[in-house]
Design a protein around this ligand. Structure first.
Ligand code: NI
Length: 284
């Protein structure tokens, strides 16, 4: 073939004054003899990703938007690696309960776009149906946390049932994602002494509740979530489209306040959390 990627086939390459790469194929090389010499013009901007930086500099080529995107993504990765110290910075933790749901992937897209990390208090029952979503949550740097198997009020259950609700969920996540869960939030925030004594994790509650389960209204949810301040743990549910719709503006509003988004684990990084200890926000 006259177009096979060997040097002999491309011995006539020209870069024109119009910043185009011109590939010249000899008579008979790629077509009938009557077609004569065939030239193909490719604007350099279109192929800026595959030509050397020196050529780009010499010919002053605008790099394509695709290359800019790559640079932008790299920048995000670098930002993500910067460690946030919540004893020095004003931190806020967004937490999403009761998923994963069919809306969780949309939420993950939004969080990715804003480079925000969050904590997902998942139900074992739902995780079993959407293991890929669980693996995506983890792969994208968020924290997966335990919210029981199927959202029973644990404060009304006997000890064996409490343990089963928590352990079955832990074991499933270990199995599908090789991930160890280390924090727990009881359904409805309801816990008993029995729960505190028998769950081997700290109990993470919240101090900002947008009541997004009651008012499925993105504007209201945005307003209420935006009341978060330094140290806040914000509750929300990734099972309502109205909540997902609120998130971009919530992120914008909290960023405006100078708050940095962290996972629950980052928020309490310096503290040694004890099993059964109840936390609603970060002090100081
Ligand atoms: Ni819940």
């Amino acid at each position: 073939m006259g177009t096979e990627a060997i040097p002999e086939n491309f011995n006539s390459l020209i870069i024109s004054d119009d910043k185009e790469l011109i590939i010249v194929f000899d008579k008979y090389q790629v077509g009938a003899g009557s077609d004569g010499v065939i030239k193909i013009n490719i604007p350099l901007e279109e192929i800026s990703e595959i030509i050397s930086p020196e050529i780009i500099r010499i010919f002053d080529i605008n790099v394509s938007s695709k290359t800019e995107e790559l640079v932008e993504n790299n920048k995000d990765e670098i930002t993500a690696e910067l460690h946030i110290d919540c004893s020095k910075e004003s931190c806020v933790a967004l937490t999403f309960d009761d998923g994963p749901s069919v809306y969780t992937n949309k939420l993950l897209d939004i969080l990715k776009e804003y480079n925000v990390k969050a904590t997902f208090f998942i139900l074992g029952r739902s995780a079993k149906i959407q293991p890929d979503t669980i693996r995506r949550i983890i792969a994208e740097g968020h924290v997966v946390a335990n919210h029981s198997w199927d959202h029973k009020d644990l404060s009304k259950l006997p000890v064996e049932a409490i343990k089963q609700q928590v352990n079955d969920t832990d074991n499933l996540i270990k199995k599908i994602a090789n991930y160890e869960i280390n924090i727990f939030r009881p359904p409805y925030g309801a816990y008993s002494k029995l729960v505190q004594d028998n769950v081997d994790k700290p109990i993470i509650l919240w101090n900002i509740d947008p009541e997004d389960w009651k008012d499925k209204d993105a504007v209201l949810v945005t307003e209420r979530m935006s009341e978060a301040t330094a140290g806040s743990i914000v509750l929300a549910h990734d099972i309502y489209p109205s909540t997902i719709e609120a998130i971009p503006q919530v992120i914008e509003n909290l960023k405006q306040k100078g708050l940095k988004f962290v996972t629950i684990n980052e928020m309490f990084e310096a503290k040694k959390l004890k099993k059964g200890e109840v936390l609603r926000f970060r002090k100081g």
